[in-house]
Design a binder for this molecule. Structure first.
Ligand code: IMP
Ligand code: MG
Length: 179
């Protein structure tokens, strides 16, 4: 049983604010890459699944979608710093524009791990990082996203792909629990 209830969540970003922001982010990518340059979205499961699919729908260039899976949190609410690769299967990315899509960058350990390994083993033509939420204050690495939706304080948030002990990813808004 979960010790927290959806009813107790304080809303941080509404469904409408999220939709608006996703569109803005897609427009930036459309503008930066143009409509002829192909891109590969690398969706980091499970958290960025919803954001990645929403973003993809607004992109105007030819888009490929790949899915990888890592785990850094387990069920705890603070980042362990230990990133576990669960599935990093990717096609050949040489001569491709790759964009890693994350739900949130917290310490940055996950993204550092991913950018290092993808650069080293796949050598894409370009590699960018997009995250919907940016917990800049919590950073423990020198990772900065190329694109982000919202900067947030160091609080634990759920919804729109982000989970609390595996649940609440399906909420169409983003919220947090007050202590
Ligand atoms: P990092 O390696 O510390 O940057 O953590 C990145 C991962 O931790 C994210 O992809 C999320 O899966 C998870 N995470 C970080 N902060 C939160 C949060 O506030 N709510 C839910 N998951 C989070
Ligand atoms: Mg994640």
């Amino acid at each position: 049983m979960l010790d927290r209830k959806v009813e107790d969540l304080k809303i941080l970003f509404t469904k409408e604010q999220i939709e608006q922001k996703v569109q803005e982010l897609a427009e930036m990518i459309n503008k930066d890459f143009g409509s002829n340059e192909e891109i590969v979205l690398i969706c980091v499961l499970k958290g960025s699944s919803i954001f990645c699919c929403d973003l993809a729908k607004h992109l105007k260039m030819p888009v490929e979608m790949e899915f990888i899976r890592v785990s850094s949190y387990g069920n705890a609410k603070t980042s362990s710093g230990n990133v576990q690769a669960l599935d990093l299967t990717l096609p050949n990315l040489e001569n491709k524009n790759a964009i890693i899509v994350e739900d949130i960058i917290d310490t940055g350990c996950t993204m550092k791990f991913l950018t290092d390994i993808i650069c080293r083993t796949h050598q894409p033509k370009t590699l960018k990082v997009i995250t919907f939420l940016n917990k800049k204050m919590a950073r423990k690495t020198d990772i900065e996203p190329d694109y982000y939706g919202f900067e947030i304080d160091d609080k634990f948030v759920v919804g729109y792909g982000l989970d609390y002990e595996g649940y609440m990813r399906n909420l169409p808004y983003i919220g947090y629990f007050e202590k």
